[in-house]
Design a protein around this ligand. Structure first.
Ligand code: TRP
Length: 340
């Protein structure tokens, strides 16, 4: 690690390869990732090994991974300022994952809220991979000795496990890992088009940052507003309207004030407001659509960026694993036992 990077501290985060970024990812996470790249040594993994804990289609998976990489770069993640890579291209992730599995308290894993939610009513048919998911996540983080991890609220419990595992390792084998702290993203979670649940691709309530303007209009037409505003002439209540919360994120102060006033006085109808929002979204994300088209036209460039990311990540990962093996007393033929 260069002295400069050492002073700045390490950041690691991961994102599932869902094929595209949506507005929620953008405001909730990726904007922050870009900001952090300015002042920290940042590693960002597309976590394909995490994704395989849920059912998926091998035929469409490569496109989903590629689509996420394109989205992140199109959104403005700068490969000159951070390391973007595919988790499965740095095999040390699973290697450290196994080692941490041997230290992980089963009870703490079984109590994970996300595990309980995801396992639903599957009972014993649930895979061990889903149970181990947070251990693998801890390995992602500790492999880089990251001390800061930008995540949403829903990952705080997983970070707690990462700290437990860092402590357990350090106590058993000597001080090796810093205890990683979550960096909670400031942006409140973005609700989906249904105005009820967090925006997510699996709920199909999302606006993709790369959606074309026509798709955005079609999706916005289905967006929920104020459920009590039944007729066009009814006054609206912007304070309960999800589309209004988007104005607060995206519109200039004058527009926010006008929408607020004209909604309350029924001058502005919900449909017109939604179409206004569709235009605002299309404009906001236009540069990203353009960058994505450029990247798609040069697939070799995308592969180069990810390969360079995996190379840089791999160098750090190999060094950490060397220390880990040594600390744990795993003798390996490439090292003489005496030198440790
Ligand atoms: N579990 C995270 C999520 O679903 C993704 C993830 C995997 C991650 N490994 C990570 C996040 C390491 C932060 C650090 O959003």
């Amino acid at each position: 690690m260069s002295p400069e990077a050492e002073r700045r501290g390490r950041v690691l985060s991961g994102i599932q390869p869902t094929g595209e970024l949506h507005m929620g990812n953008w405001f909730g996470a990726v904007q922050n990732w870009i900001r952090l790249s300015e002042s920290y040594d940042c590693f960002y993994a597309i976590v394909d090994y995490h994704a395989i804990t849920a059912s998926y289609d091998p035929a469409t998976f490569p496109a989903a991974v590629e689509g996420m990489a394109v989205s992140l770069l199109a959104a403005g993640l700068d490969p000159e300022k951070c390391h973007l890579f595919l988790q499965s291209e740095v095999p040390e992730h699973t290697e450290l994952g196994w080692i941490l599995t041997s230290l992980a308290p089963l009870g703490q894993l079984q109590r994970m809220t996300q595990f309980k939610d995801k396992s639903g009513d599957q009972g014993e048919a649930i895979t061990a991979g889903l149970l181990m998911y947070p251990v693998q996540q801890a390995a992602d983080i500790l492999l880089y000795k990251a001390d800061r991890v930008p995540v949403g609220e829903d990952q705080v419990q997983h970070l707690e496990l990462a700290r437990t595992l860092a402590r357990r390792f350090n106590n058993a084998f000597g001080e090796t890992f810093p205890e990683p702290q979550p960096l909670l993203t400031e942006a409140k979670r973005i609700l989906g088009l249904d105005g009820q649940s967090k925006m997510s691709k699996s709920k199909n309530n999302h606006i993709g940052i790369l959606d074309d303007p026509e798709t955005i209009r079609e999706k916005m037409a289905t967006a929920f507003t104020d459920p009590q505003r039944l007729r066009r002439t009814d006054p609206g209540r912007p304070w309960v309207c999800n589309v209004f919360t988007w104005h607060k994120l995206l519109s200039d102060p004058a527009t926010i004030e006008r929408v607020d006033r004209e909604c309350r006085s029924a001058v502005l109808g919900c449909y017109d407001d939604k179409m206004m929002m569709a235009d605002i979204l299309s404009e906001t994300f236009r540069p990203m659509r353009e960058r994505a088209a450029e990247l798609r036209a040069r697939p070799e460039r995308l592969r180069e960026i990810l390969a360079a990311g995996a190379e840089a990540a791999g160098a750090v990962a190999r060094e950490t694993m060397r220390e880990v093996h040594e600390a744990m007393g795993l003798w390996q033929t490439k090292r003489s036992p005496a030198t440790a």
